[in-house]
Ligand binder design. Structure first.
Ligand code: AMP
Ligand code: MG
Length: 309
């Protein structure tokens, strides 16, 4: 695989290609934004610096080389890795349904340059619903993706080939524990070979995903698209103070980094909610069928490769 070039080194035909990918991106963003607004979601603006961000730990998919912090006005802040904490707080205190396009900065290990699906800056369409169960989120996502196929078919001469795999929902659901038992560490390959969208559930990961402490099972889900891999992660959320605290300590995280969500949970103000985040550049990469995610970014953000712009 050839790594995407910076915009100032592209030939005229490569610029033209980038322009076409960009206009499909506009179409995709308009479609998604309209769908969320139509379905009653409030659109909130993202944050970049905060005392609390996603620890991205423990997550079997995470590979962070460096976590960025800065000092502003005498306070230490972190650069957003995801808006999960803000999203749960805003959904609990403010809006029953919300979404944001959130810039995420994740300094991925440089060997991820060639996975084709990792960038060190990308955008999550992050949404959350109060009083929802996982099944509600799964159903909503399936309906949006299925509609996406329809609108592309209606508006483009040729349906982008990958979209043909968006079969009628409901889509298959696999338990990550069982996949691991059956196929070992490389289970993702077997899931992608199915050539249809597939949900994977019960994935051991961060403290904010709901875990049943009696069975040990996690109430969370990832969506895998064929020829891409994971495009979405989500969960029903933990809302109990004692469980959050126990998991934060179990994961070796610092309590002080999650002070606000913990205090709110302690006073019963964190509501039951569920939601997910969709990787916008990954989704656009899949729709446009380019080989590297950097090709859908006007200014590629490739792990290990820092361009001049
Ligand atoms: P996560 O919270 O890690 O599950 O991320 C949510 C979604 O963001 C994933 O399902 C991907 O679609 C996308 N994503 C995560 N990491 C990256 C990355 N390094 N580059 C591009 N997209 C990413
Ligand atoms: Mg994930």
């Amino acid at each position: 695989m050839e790594l995407p070039k910076p915009i100032y080194n592209l030939s005229d035909s490569e610029i033209e290609r980038k322009r076409m990918i960009g206009s499909m991106g506009t179409f995709l963003l308009k479609f998604l934004t309209d769908e969320f607004i139509k379905n009653g979601y409030q659109w909130i603006m993202p944050v970049i610096f905060s005392k609390s961000t996603d620890p991205l730990w423990p997550d079997p998919g995470a590979s962070i080389e460096k976590r960025l912090e800065a000092e502003i006005y005498g306070s230490n802040v972190k650069v957003t890795q995801s808006m999960i904490v803000h999203k749960i707080v805003a959904c609990s205190l403010l809006y029953e349904k919300l979404f944001t396009y959130s810039p995420n900065v994740r300094i991925e290990k440089r060997e991820r340059a060639f996975t084709g699906i990792h960038a060190y800056e990308f955008t999550q369409l992050d949404f959350e619903i109060r009083d929802a169960e996982s099944a509600d989120v799964i159903k909503f996502v399936e309906s949006i993706f299925y509609k996406l196929k329809k609108v592309f078919a209606e508006n483009y001469d040729h349906l982008p080939s990958n979209l043909e795999n968006l079969i009628n929902p409901p889509w298959k659901i696999f338990d990550s524990e069982k996949l691991r038992e059956e196929f070992g560490q490389d289970w993702e390959k077997n899931v992608l070979d199915l050539n249809e969208p597939v949900w994977v559930v019960n994935i051991p990961r961060e403290f904010y995903d709901y875990q049943d402490f009696n069975t040990g099972k996690w109430d969370n889900y990832d969506l895998y698209l064929p020829a891409l891999g994971e495009v979405l992660s989500g969960a029903k959320r933990e809302f109990k103070y004692s469980k959050m605290l126990e998991k934060i300590s179990r994961d070796g995280l610092k309590e002080e980094n999650f002070k606000v969500i913990l205090n709110l949970a302690k006073s019963g103000k964190i509501k039951k909610c569920a939601g997910a985040g969709i990787g916008i550049e990954r989704l656009l990469k899949w729709v446009t069928n380019v080989d590297h995610i950097g090709n859908v970014q006007i200014f590629p953000r490739i792990p290990g490769h820092v361009y001049d712009l």
